[in-house]
Design a protein around this ligand. Structure first.
Ligand code: ZN
Length: 171
């Protein structure tokens, strides 16, 4: 299966806003399959959002699998956070903000309730906490055109940008 290219910051396409999925047809199923294939092929990749991939009109889809055995795929379509509780302040990294040793703490809700469609079009309501809650919030930010570094101060973001451009110049 053809893998998708993961866009890299500061690619402006990372600011695109995902298109809500109106109909889960064969084309959408194929996009989901390619997203999962790309996710499983990429080392240390917990999840991917369609907007961080080289897709022309990225749909509102995120694929997640936090299991070490890669056998608990979770696909959320048109996902929306309907409740938040508490706070966490944990390290985050991103497949679109490489290299992978770049990590910063981001303030997120500790617990969330999400409503979404699964890949068969069934409405699901999901409660998540800790790592999974952090991950879903990070992916839904992507689908709204936002990166985790957008939560940081301008100074910190600038430092990361400089670090990345220095590394890119070397290679
Ligand atoms: Zn990310």
């Amino acid at each position: 299966m053809a893998l998708l290219k993961i866009l890299q910051y500061p690619d402006p396409r990372l600011q695109r806003i995902a298109k809500p999925v109106a109909k889960i047809d064969e084309h959408v199923q194929k996009v989901i399959d390619r997203m999962f294939a790309t996710k499983y092929h990429t080392e240390n990749c917990a999840a991917l959002a369609a907007t961080q991939l080289d897709l022309p009109y990225p749909p509102h889809i995120t694929v997640i699998d936090l299991s070490p055995t890669n056998d608990q795929p979770l696909c959320l379509i048109n996902a929306e956070i309907i409740a938040r509780k508490g706070e966490q302040f944990e390290l985050e990294g991103c497949m679109s903000v490489m290299p992978s040793h770049i990590h910063e703490r981001v303030k997120r809700a500790a617990e969330i309730t999400v409503q979404a469609l699964d890949r068969h079009g069934k409405t699901i309501t999901l409660s998540a906490e800790g790592y999974m809650a952090k991950c879903i919030q990070h992916e839904l930010d992507h689908l709204a055109g936002k990166l985790y570094i957008d939560h940081l101060s301008a100074l910190k973001r600038e430092r990361i940008r400089n670090k990345i451009s220095k590394i890119n110049k070397k290679t």
